[in-house]
Ligand binder design. Sequence first.
Ligand SMILES: C[S@@+](CC[C@H](N)C(=O)[O-])C[C@H]1O[C@@H](n2cnc3c(N)ncnc32)[C@H](O)[C@@H]1O
Length: 209
Amino acid sequence: MKKDNPAELLKLAASVKGFMPEKEGLKLFELALEAAAAGPCLEVGSFCGKSAVYIGAACRQKGTTLFTIDHHRGSEEQQPGQIYFDPEIYDERSRRIDSLPLLRETLEKAELEDTVVPMVTTSKAASRNWATPLSLVFIDGGHSYESTLTDYQCWAGHLLKGGYLVFHDIYPDPFQGGQAPYEVYKLAVNSGDFTMLPLCGSLGILRKR
Ligand SMILES: C[S@@+](CC[C@H](N)C(=O)[O-])C[C@H]1O[C@@H](n2cnc3c(N)ncnc32)[C@H](O)[C@@H]1O
């Protein structure tokens, strides 16, 4: 990919397996570009790197880092027999999901290996000794209430003033999608710690006061 060429970025992101529509990806890029001069960004839920391509490209432009966390064993709904199971990321040897090889391939193609730092573990373990203030936190890991709540509790407190807390899959209308991330998003809104910005697709965007 030619570095920082927007058309190349979109082409590459479109070729990566994952769950990030272009409109939302571009919004993440825009938010990260604005925020990242103040400090590094962090996402929970790397999967194969689709969202990391957008946030990472902004971090590269600003000379900072995107930390991206995933145990790469898949969420509940990605396990065999579940709705989002994908046999292409099932590792026969370990008999488990393994999306790490595809993340590495994406970062290599996108020339983001010096910008995006994968952390192959759970969100909770990654947060244990964390002390670096963050300019943007993107929560797109497990989509159960417990998992999203853990991600919020582990990471929101590390945001800088003016930094962005962004949740994926926020659906105020229950007919559009699962409600667990929305319930945690509402907790964040009601905490009084954030200014609520308009939704962009299913991105719930909050700004730290
Ligand atoms: C919806 S996918 C992320 C999609 C990705 N952001 C994209 O743009 O395509 C969710 C990912 O979160 C990971 N995950 C689920 N629970 C996790 C946890 N507690 N800690 C770290 N990663 C987790 C899964 O392994 C899965 O790859």
